[in-house]
Design a protein around this ligand. Structure first.
Ligand code: HEM
Length: 118
C-alpha cells in the first residue's frame, strides 16, 4: 500500500475509502429532481453520461460485482412474477418519495408506498 492523491486530497496508506452511493443517488445537481419517480429518466434518450456513471449499486472497475448480470436478470424475473399476480399497477398520485437515509450502505426507509397493486 502506498500514499495516493485523489482530487488534491492526500490519502495515507491503510485508509479505507467508501463510496457514498446514497448521496450520489439523491444529488439534485446530477438528477435534477431525485425525489420524483420518473421511470422515463432511464430511457436511453434521456439519461446523461453523468447520471449513468452515478448509478453503481454493483460498483465499478476491476472489482465490480461478478454477479451483476445474473442479479439484474433475476430481478427482472422477480418483477415479472410479482406483476403476474395483479391486474393493475399504478403510481399513487403525488407519490413523492420521502426517504429517511439511515446510513451510507443501508436502504433508506420510505414514509410512503408509491406503487399501488390491485
Ligand atoms: C442486488 C444484488 C447485488 C448487489 C447490489 C451486489 C453488489 C456488489 C458490490 C457493491 C460488490 C463490491 C464491488 C467492489 O468491491 O468494487 C460486489 C462484489 C461481489 N459480488 Fe455482488 N452484488 C449483488 C449480487 C451478487 C450475486 C447474485 C453474486 C453471485 C452470484 C455476487 C457475487 C459477487 C462477488 C463474487 C463479488 C466480489 C468480486 C471481487 O471482489 O472481485 N453478487 N457485489
Amino acid at each position: 500500500m502506498k500514499e495516493t492523491i485523489v482530487n488534491n486530497i492526500k490519502i495515507p496508506p491503510g485508509i479505507t475509502l467508501m463510496t457514498d452511493l446514497i448521496s450520489m443517488g439523491y444529488d439534485p445537481k446530477i438528477w435534477g429532481d431525485p425525489l420524483n419517480v420518473r421511470p422515463e429518466r432511464w430511457f436511453k434518450e434521456n439519461i446523461t453520461k453523468e447520471q449513468r456513471n452515478s448509478w453503481m449499486p454493483f460498483l465499478t472497475g476491476p472489482r465490480i460485482c461478478i454477479g451483476m448480470n445474473f442479479s439484474l436478470f433475476e430481478q427482472k424475473v422477480f418483477v415479472v412474477n410479482l406483476l403476474k399476480r395483479f391486474k393493475e399497477m399504478k403510481l399513487v398520485p403525488n407519490g413523492e418519495i420521502k426517504p429517511k437515509p439511515v446510513g451510507s450502505i443501508n436502504t433508506p426507509q420510505y414514509e410512503k408506498f408509491i406503487i399501488q397493486f390491485e
